[in-house]
Design a protein around this ligand. Structure first.
Ligand code: SF4
Length: 338
């Protein structure tokens, strides 16, 4: 396996104490900071996958109030779990978290990398983060953020979209991991989140590595990280019908196996929908997923009858019981929800 040159390795090593010192004084107060219960750390790490901290801050305390232990989550119905996850996106995470809770409730929380990595929904990064934060073991957690800050620090031209780059930096980090494993892991994430930010300008004057960062010293922060070209998103056109009759609204369950599987939605059609009644309002909206963009035409329709192919629910029932993803948020106002 490739290794960092001695020079770069020494630079990385010298960056560790600077980062820890900075983290000690600059870290944000976040609801999951200081948690010692591995279940709570698991919940925060799963929520933080592909989701902004600001958003997770709102969900994490409420989710834990509802499901304070792995046993509580294991015993809950999938519908309840999806409802608590509503709006956070990437719903397979919620299902996997519930499955992981079932395993933990039965056999206890695994304490080594292999066991944690085997939990549903847990990849190398999350397993490394949990092991470092919950069990203070030196296990690198390397995601795009960590790769961004390290390739800038070392001015490394390795393509961060290639798995070998992740391996290279994971091994280099493993060799410099300090005793404060949990703090170090979180400090790397924190630097990537609030100082060495993606896109735009990194905030180098606030960075503990300002005087040693090779990309910064050469004025080339913007050239790193090196990435593969992005694939274009696929555009899907969709008609979304908010069918209303006597204060009830039609819902249907999305098919298993695809995008937003098993969640509830207003009836959707890939082409001009059948005539269900009188159209009262029309509105366009779009929602961007990682690889797909939905371009939606929404219609509020006064339905002629309670069409039996749908479930009919009033706004309270929808709020309480049915998890409708935020992709449909633009149309919530038609049913009196934010
Ligand atoms: S000095 Fe600038 S580019 Fe380098 S790690 Fe810090 S914020 Fe990122």
């Amino acid at each position: 396996m490739e290794k960092l040159s001695d020079e770069l390795f020494d630079l990385l090593k010298s960056a560790v104490p600077l980062l820890l010192e900075w983290y000690g004084v600059s870290k944000r107060a976040l609801p999951w900071r200081g948690a010692e219960d591995p279940y709570r750390i698991l919940v925060s790490e799963i929520m933080l996958q592909q989701t902004r901290v600001e958003m997770v801050k709102g969900y994490y305390p409420a989710f834990l109030e509802k499901f304070p232990t792995a046993a509580a989550l294991a015993a809950a119905s999938e519908e309840d779990v999806l409802k608590a996850w509503e709006g956070l996106g990437y719903y397979s995470r919620a299902r996997n978290l519930k499955k992981a809770a079932e395993i933990i409730a039965k056999s206890g929380f695994p304490r080594d990398f292999k066991g944690i990595r085997a939990l549903p929904g847990v990849g190398d990064y999350t397993a490394g983060a949990i092991l470092s934060i919950a069990f203070r073991k030196p296990c690198p957690a390397v995601d795009g953020n960590v790769l961004r800050i390290l390739t800038r620090l070392l001015k490394s031209e390795e393509n961060i979209d290639e798995p070998k780059t992740r391996k290279l930096f994971a091994e280099a980090l493993r060799a410099v991991y300090p005793e404060e494993a949990g703090d170090f892991c979180q400090a790397l994430m924190e630097l990537g989140a609030i100082v060495c930010v993606p896109n735009g300008e990194p905030l180098c004057p606030r960075c503990p590595w300002e005087k040693i960062c090779r990309a910064h010293l050469d004025g080339q922060e913007a050239s790193f990280p090196v990435r593969s070209e992005k694939k274009e998103r696929k555009i899907e056109k969709l008609f979304v019908l908010v069918l209303e009759r006597e204060g009830k609204y039609a819902l249907e369950k999305r098919a298993e196996g695809g995008l937003l599987a098993g969640l509830w939605q207003f009836p959707c059609f890939g082409e001009e929908p059948p005539d269900f009644g009188k159209v009262a309002c029309t509105k366009r909206a779009k929602h961007v997923f990682t690889h797909i963009e939905w371009q939606m035409t929404g219609r509020l329709v006064r339905a002629r009858e309670f069409f039996p192919q749908f479930v009919w629910a009033d706004r309270e029932e929808i709020r309480e019981k049915y998890a409708v993803p935020s992709a449909f948020k633009a149309f919530f106002e038609w049913i009196g929800q934010d």
